[in-house]
Each structure stands twice: as structure tokens, then as C-alpha cells.
Design a protein around this ligand. Sequence first.
Ligand SMILES: NC(=O)c1ccc[n+]([C@@H]2O[C@H](COP(=O)([O-])OP(=O)(O)OC[C@H]3O[C@@H](n4cnc5c(N)ncnc54)[C@H](O)[C@@H]3O)[C@@H](O)[C@H]2O)c1
Length: 365
Amino acid sequence: MSELISVGLGDRAYDIHVGAGLLARAGELLAPVARGIVPVVTDAHVADIHLPALLDVLGDAGIDARPIIMAPGEVSKSFAGLEKLSGELLDLEIDRKGLIIALGGGVIGDLTGFAAGVLKRGVAFAQIPTTLLSQVDSSVGGKTAINAKQGKNLVGLFHQPKIVIADTALLSTLPRRELLAGYAEVVKYGALGDADFFEWLEVNAAKALAGDEPAMVKAVAHSCRMKADIVARDERETGDRALLNLGHTFGHALEAATGFSDRLIHGEGVAIGMALAFRLSVKLGLCPGPDAERFTRHLKAIGLPAAIADIPGSRASADELVGHMAHDKKVTDGKLTFILLRGLGQAFVTRDVPLDAVKSVLTDG
Ligand SMILES: NC(=O)c1ccc[n+]([C@@H]2O[C@H](COP(=O)([O-])OP(=O)(O)OC[C@H]3O[C@@H](n4cnc5c(N)ncnc54)[C@H](O)[C@@H]3O)[C@@H](O)[C@H]2O)c1
């Protein structure tokens, strides 16, 4: 049971394989692109659980894989993390025409993709995403980055992977909170461009999140297909790709206001951000109220936060949150960019949003 999605980017086109148990086929899928020493970059959590199985199948396929283990969490997506990783990759004398494998969540994928993009002016890399967020979002589309002290993802480049292998069985070891946070990015695809998918999720998401493999494979594959279509149309985010930021302007502001701490993890910020984008769209008379209510109802039913009040601890003021938005990189010529909705499945990009309405949603939401 696996699905194949092609990302149509001409000479940088690649395949995304989605299926339950695909790790067992990683050797066979990677052998055609592997060459010489093949570093496998992962973090200490994933190394404990999934690295031995991957090293076994790569070894069986005759691939000379060498693990590099980073500290888990955002701390590794930093200049210090890049220095450590680059040093280890260079010590292995990686071939400029070789391959680097990223085995992990978005942190490992973003860091490894960035290191691969800059080392020796660009080495190929493969993504084996192990979180739901990375399977449906960060492993696809070629955005790579590390964080700077001025903000997240500010130092990066576009570097498309050679292949993505998303094994949904790996998600069974993911903490429930991380699984749900990743689900926010799945439901985002329904909200932004596919009302039928949203309806399917209303019926099937709980099942998928409880371990039903066919349902999870369908949810991941459909999400990847939607992202692949958008990326193929607009690789460098000059237009449509911005739709993928639905909920992110609000979400990042909430993450910043909670100090990027455990109080609110990225996907939870996106979930609340999407609910706020719906509420702002209703307030501006763009979206029917019942669509926004239906969206919020689904988030709650799945167990995701849907309002600012759902974040534990003290609440940031609307002014403080708008201040954080102004520092976000989605600001062009001093104007905030929002993704708003005309209804479920009908998102659009706008820079024409009255600040008063934003503040009022941040105060009520
Ligand atoms: N490049 C992009 O387009 C893009 C898109 C969205 C998000 N991102 C980035 O992705 C990052 C977040 O990614 P994430 O949510 O995957 O976080 P993550 O990589 O930090 O993983 C979350 C946690 O889960 C653990 N983990 C990973 N896989 C596991 C598994 N199968 N079983 C048990 N534990 C596992 C990790 O060790 C970590 O502790 C952020 O840095 C964000 O900026 C990038």
C-alpha cells in the first residue's frame, strides 16, 4: 500500500513515496542516487528508534551509510548546529556528486537540506521524514533554513531533495501532541484549497490519527499532492505558494509571544492561526460564519487548540501580537500579508487588511 507523487520541477523534478512500511524499501529506492559514503543525519530521539532499521536496509543494498546524530529540537537549526553538521560531513569527505540522507522531523530536514545546499556548492539530499508535519509539509518543496537570533528560518535557501520517502508507520512512535500538531498542516490543505478533502477529514481524521494505516496514507499522500501542485506552479513563492502560509502569520506571532516554548508548539500555533484567519475573514464579510464554525469544531473534535484562550499561561495583548507580526518575514513594504478565506477550501492572499479588524480578532479570539 503506497502512493507515488511527482513534483514537476523540470530537471529538479522528484518523487515522493508515501506508504506504511516503506522504510524497508529505502535501500532499493535510494541505491540509484547513492554514491560513495552516504551520511545519514538524524537526531538522538529518532536515532534511538528508527536509525538501526534504516542502516540495516541501506547496508543490505550495498550503501555505505554513516550516521551523524544531532541534538533533538530547534537548538540544532542554528549556526552552531550547522557548524557541527558541516564539520562532520566534511570530515567524512562527502563526494560533491554524492547523497546525504535526512532522517527526522522538520528540524533535521531543514538543517540537512541547508547544509547539503551550501556544502561544496550543493550536494544532493534525500528526505526520510519521521513526523507528520515533515511528511506533509517540510520535506516537500525545497525550503531549507536555519534560525538566526533575529528570527526563525531567516538564513536559508531553496534546495530540492532528490527523493522523499514518507513511511507513515514511523508515525506510530511520535508523541500524540506532535502527531496532532502535524495534523494542523494536513487540515490546512483542506481549508486552503479542497473542501472535499476537508469533508473527508471530518469523517476519517480521527481514525487516521488512531493508527488506521490506509486512512493515514491517504491523508499524507493527498496533502503531499496538493503541496507538490502548488510548488510546481510557484517554486519560489512569488504567488500561489503563499497560500501554504494559511494560519502562519497569526501562528508565528503566538509562538513568538510564548517564547517558542513548550506552551505552544508550531502546529498548535498554526491551528489557532487558521481559526483566527477564518474569524477575521468572517469579520470582514468575506466568509460565511458557518464555515468558520465548522472548521473550529473540527479542530476541537481532533483535540487541537482553536483559540488564543486555549494557550496555557498569561495572554499577550493584541498590540504585542501585531508587533510580532511586523517582524515576520511575510511583511513586504511594511504591509502585513494575510491568507484569508472566502469559505472552506477557498483561500486567497491579501495585503489589504485593516489593522483594527486584526486587533479585534486578536482580542476576542
Ligand atoms: N521547510 C519547510 O517548508 C518547513 C515547513 C514547515 C515547518 N518547517 C520547520 O519544521 C520544524 C518543525 O518540524 P517538526 O514538527 O517535525 O519538529 P522536530 O523535527 O523537532 O520533531 C519533533 C520532535 O519529535 C521527535 N521525533 C521525530 N520523529 C519521531 C518519531 N517518528 N518518533 C518519535 N519521536 C520523533 C524529534 O526528535 C523531536 O523531538 C520547524 O523548525 C519548522 O520551521 C519547515
